[in-house]
Design a protein around this ligand. Structure first.
Ligand code: SF4
Length: 497
């Protein structure tokens, strides 16, 4: 069942809002749902949702907007286009086909691998630019619209230098459609802040969303009250929500509601290690949370310094202690292997830290969760080399064994998939046929290998990294911070190692 928290309007311009995964995830994606609401509330637009497993029977689609959050989403884009009998490449689509465009974090970070498939793309925050795009689309012929769109901040046409859009956070964003079919069943998600001021050197959530912005306390409280009219499940979202200057007050407000016998199930994506406080943990526990996550990125302070994660070991120990003493049952500790310049001692540090945490927190569940380092565009690490899979696999084996011996659970992301993620995220427009071939071969990890062989293309550059002087595929985006600032930061960090 769905509860729609706004008044939809209708119109003759048929827009399909497509999510390149199944509907369960579409209904859990705050950004996608909010932009759908924007379109659905606009006079003159007939907005419909689509996902890979639910495509409405819509005659005469005028345009299709895709939201891409993950590097592997392109297979979902192709799946939907194929089901609609629409050619993948924009060059193969004539006037009779819908205009097809995309936005989202993947596109904002590096649109180059996807530019052959979309008529245009949206870079940066979508709230304002999407609305402007819709106004143009519904009021103009296709040709006129394409001309006028060039004037909109954040609208990217293949090969054209573009400044990404950045909005000030005035209108708070929350789940506009509650559904029991959502991955986060009936959960009212509220965006508390956007971006992160910490600027860890690998982090796109920080670097592609600068400056760090947050909503006014009053707006967050109003949104909580609105959500509680419809559901007991509230989730607060943001890369660094605890950096909100009134985060403790927001927690106090929720705690008071719970003390007044209001049943609230509270969800928070992860806690910032250096700001875990008794107030935050208590409220989470009252809100039914038993476990949470902190990110330390590396066990060795040397490597943390190098990636600008300026976290001291005392802060990690203290965060775990506060979590335990205030009622959580366990913590997941997120980290990476394969950070450039990582050596044997850095890896051994994980075992030392795990033992220390285990000994200090008897009966408290600690799990280490690892991924392998993926250098991302638009961060100071965009030039770095990715470590080869074999040596990463050896590190994984060593840690799995060592942590099991200490009695600490561990989980690893797939090193193969992290490798392909690197290829996709640092690729350029030459990747287009490769992406199509991967889809044709089934989209699994074997498909990537097969596609590489079939096309005889070389992706080594995306793995080996770039030198500081050369042009990068995504230089085409005018970003803040500029490339020269990223370069300075990278060089400053290299001196720390
Ligand atoms: S604290 Fe987390 S969100 Fe912030 S920059 Fe570091 S990794 Fe990114």
């Amino acid at each position: 069942m769905e509860k729609v928290l706004y008044k939809p309007k209708n119109g003759s311009y048929n827009l399909l809002m497509a999510f390149p995964a199944c509907e369960e995830f579409a209904l859990a994606s705050l950004g996608y749902l909010w932009l759908f609401k924007t379109a659905d509330e606009l006079e003159g637009i007939n907005a419909q949702r689509a996902a890979t497993d639910s495509i409405p029977n819509l005659k005469n689609i005028d345009s299709i907007a895709f939201s891409m959050s993950f590097d592997f989403d392109f297979t979902g884009v192709f799946e939907i286009l194929e089901k609609l009998n629409i050619p993948f490449y924009s060059r193969d689509r004539g006037e009779d086909y819908p205009l097809i465009f995309a936005g989202g974090p993947v596109i904002t970070t590096n649109p180059r691998p996807y530019e052959a498939f979309f008529d245009f793309m949206l870079l940066g925050d979508g709230e304002d630019s999407f609305l402007e795009v819709l106004e143009i689309l519904k009021n103009n012929t296709r040709q006129e619209a394409l001309e006028k769109l060039k004037e909109i901040e954040g609208v990217y046409f293949a090969g054209r230098k573009t400044k990404k859009a950045t909005v000030s956070l005035d209108n708070i964003i929350y789940t506009p459609i509650l559904s029991d079919r959502s991955y986060f069943k009936d959960t009212f998600i509220i965006e508390v802040s956007r971006g992160c001021m910490n600027r860890c050197a690998f982090c796109t959530a920080s670097y592609t969303n600068l400056p760090f912005r947050y909503y006014e306390y009053e707006k967050i409280i109003e949104a909580i009250d609105l959500g509680l009219k419809y559901t007991d499940k509230i989730a607060l979202l943001g890369a660094q929500i605890s950096a909100h200057p009134k985060f403790n007050e927001i927690m106090e407000y929720l705690e008071k509601k719970m003390d007044d016998n209001r049943n609230i199930e509270l969800g928070i994506s992860s806690l910032r290690t250096d700001s875990v406080s008794p107030q935050i943990v208590r409220t989470l526990v009252k809100g039914g949370q038993k476990h949470s996550t902190i990110a330390i990125e590396a066990a060795s302070e040397r490597l943390r310094k190098f990636i600008n994660k300026n976290l001291k070991e005392e802060q990690i120990l203290s965060a775990v202690q506060i979590a335990r003493e205030n009622g959580l049952k366990g913590l997941k500790i997120y980290s990476m292997i394969g950070i450039p310049n990582e050596n044997e001692e850095d890896i051994e540090e994980f075992l030392r830290l795990a033992k220390l945490l285990k000994d200090n927190n008897k009966g408290f569940s600690i799990e280490f969760s690892f991924s392998s380092f993926v250098p991302k565009p638009q961060t100071p690490m965009q030039w770095a080399k990715r470590e080869d899979n074999k040596s990463l696999e050896a590190k994984q084996k060593f840690l799995e064994k060592g942590l099991a011996k200490i009695g600490v659970k561990s989980k690893f992301s797939s090193i193969k998939w992290d490798y392909w993620q690197t290829v996709l995220s640092r690729g350029d427009s030459n990747l287009a046929p490769f992406l199509v071939e991967v889809y044709r071969c089934g989209g699994n990890s074997g498909a990537y290998k097969k596609a590489l062989k079939a096309l005889d293309i070389d992706v080594e550059k995306t793995i080996e990294g770039f030198c500081l002087e050369e042009a990068l595929p995504w230089d085409i985006i005018e970003n803040y911070p500029s490339k020269s600032l990223l370069k300075n930061e990278y060089q400053r960090l290299l001196k720390r190692i």
